[in-house]
Design a protein around this ligand. Structure first.
Ligand SMILES: [Zn+2]
Length: 432
């Protein structure tokens, strides 16, 4: 077993690259070859630079089989030889590494009130980043237009900045959406959450230049994937990601893979009922978590708390989450009390979540999470008082390490994960 070199900026837990299910018992020669090649590619991506001998040792394949399988990967440009490693008695071996710059990957985060786009290399390094505030629910055609513009701008930016990365070699585009995604029709957003998108099929209508392959998933799922690969959960273990925004959503990465549930709606933590007598929710129930700590509810409570209070920082007609956080950081007592109250509501849901799935890490994302300890400390206290001690003792609750890029980076990561699991997704010739 080898580990990633310590100077590598981004490391990744291994679980996300293990096959999810057992392979069928009997495979023909071609399937066997492509399965072995994909295993080698993942091994080189994860552990490289590595030698053919080490690959043979780690995969159980013969030296000659490794050499034969690696040659087409080198010809395709996905893998390159990079100098010689140290000798174990014989000649110093030629080392192999994955070419991180061989492809760029695009991730789009379509939020309810913003759109952002990242371009990354194959190691999750962000090469370009574009973001704009914009409401997306009511105007799908306008939102699609903005996505196309941001993707073109980010890719042009990448091409200009990096001499080596060829902006033309695009592996694919991941799209994060603020609603559950039906795995059988991922481009069709549920009208219940996105009524104006009823006639839109993202796969058909996004129409990016070059028609790259698209993968569409829920934003909290993709935030969870990003944190699990590159952020707060990269040292491994099951992870839950809670996105605090207009709505509240959770995503889970279990054994390295996104857990979606039976038809893609797992993680709708925002509609967990906190108070059956509470405010009416858009979902038809009363007193859902979102009706207490979703951005509109939070800002309404803040305005109510600020009105009439002399010199209150909350008495601001342009109050938004950013200003609310600034008020907390300046010690405004009403703002601090509001966040503490929000932590209490969130704590009920997080305690339930920890009792049910016992994740190693719970990560808070979304703009509100950047308020830090003012939210985290009362949240942890609330969870402690509401969870079974055995479950909570081993779960940590922390804020996102990746900040506002987390979901877009997760969308790109989903594309990388799919290609590393199945190298035929790389748009290159890998001859048999
Ligand atoms: Zn609800």
């Amino acid at each position: 077993m080898t580990t990633n070199p310590p100077d590598q900026a981004l490391t990744v837990s291994r679980a996300g690259l293990l096959p999810r299910r057992r392979e069928p018992g009997r495979l023909d020669a071609n399937s066997m070859r492509s399965r072995n090649r994909s295993m080698l590619l993942r091994s080189i991506w994860r552990d490289g630079p590595t030698s053919r001998a080490d690959l043979a040792r780690h995969t159980g394949l013969s030296r000659s089989a490794v050499s034969a399988l690696v040659e087409p990967l080198i010809d395709s440009g996905l893998v390159e030889e990079t100098g010689r490693g140290s000798s174990r008695g014989g000649r110093r071996p030629r080392m192999l590494r994955f070419v991180d710059e061989a492809f760029s990957v695009v991730g789009i985060d379509m939020g309810a009130t913003h759109i952002s786009v990242v371009v990354t290399d194959m190691r999750g390094r962000v090469r370009a980043w574009q973001r704009t505030d914009r409401s997306t629910r009511e105007d799908p055609h306008g939102a699609l237009q903005v996505m196309r513009q941001l993707v073109d701008a980010a890719r042009a930016d990448t091409g200009m900045r990096t001499g080596r990365m060829q902006a033309g070699r695009l592996l694919g585009v991941g799209v994060a959406v603020p609603s559950p995604v039906d795995p059988t029709a991922p481009g069709r957003l549920p009208p219940f959450f996105m009524p104006a998108w009823r006639d839109i099929d993202l796969e058909r209508d996004l129409a990016l230049s070059g028609s790259p392959p698209l993968l569409i998933d829920n934003d909290a799922n993709l935030g969870a994937l990003a944190e699990s690969w590159w952020g707060a959960g990269r040292d491994g273990g099951d992870l839950a990601f809670i996105k605090l925004g207009t709505g509240i959503g959770a995503g889970f990465v279990i054994d390295g893979h996104i857990f979606r549930g039976h038809n893609g709606t797992a993680g709708e933590i925002g509609h967990l009922v906190i108070d059956p007598q509470g405010p009416q929710c858009v979902c038809g129930l009363q007193g859902c978590l979102s009706t207490f700590i979703g951005t509109p509810a939070l800002l309404a409570a803040a305005r109510a708390a600020g009105s009439g209070e002399p010199h209150s920082l909350l008495d601001d007609p342009a109050l938004d989450v950013r200003r609310l956080i600034a008020a907390v950081q300046q010690g405004d007592p009403a703002a601090r009390a509001l966040i503490e109250r929000a932590a209490g509501f969130l704590g009920l849901a997080v305690a339930g979540l920890i009792n049910l799935i016992n994740p190693r890490t719970v990560v808070l994302g979304g703009e509100l999470a950047t308020v830090g300890d003012a939210l985290l400390l009362p949240l942890r206290a609330r969870v402690q008082s509401r969870s079974m001690w055995t479950a909570v003792a081993h779960s940590r609750i922390i804020a996102s390490r990746l900040g506002e890029q987390d979901v877009a980076l997760g969308a790109a990561t989903r594309v990388m994960q799919a290609a590393l699991m199945d190298p035929t997704r790389f748009p290159v010739e890998v001859s048999p």
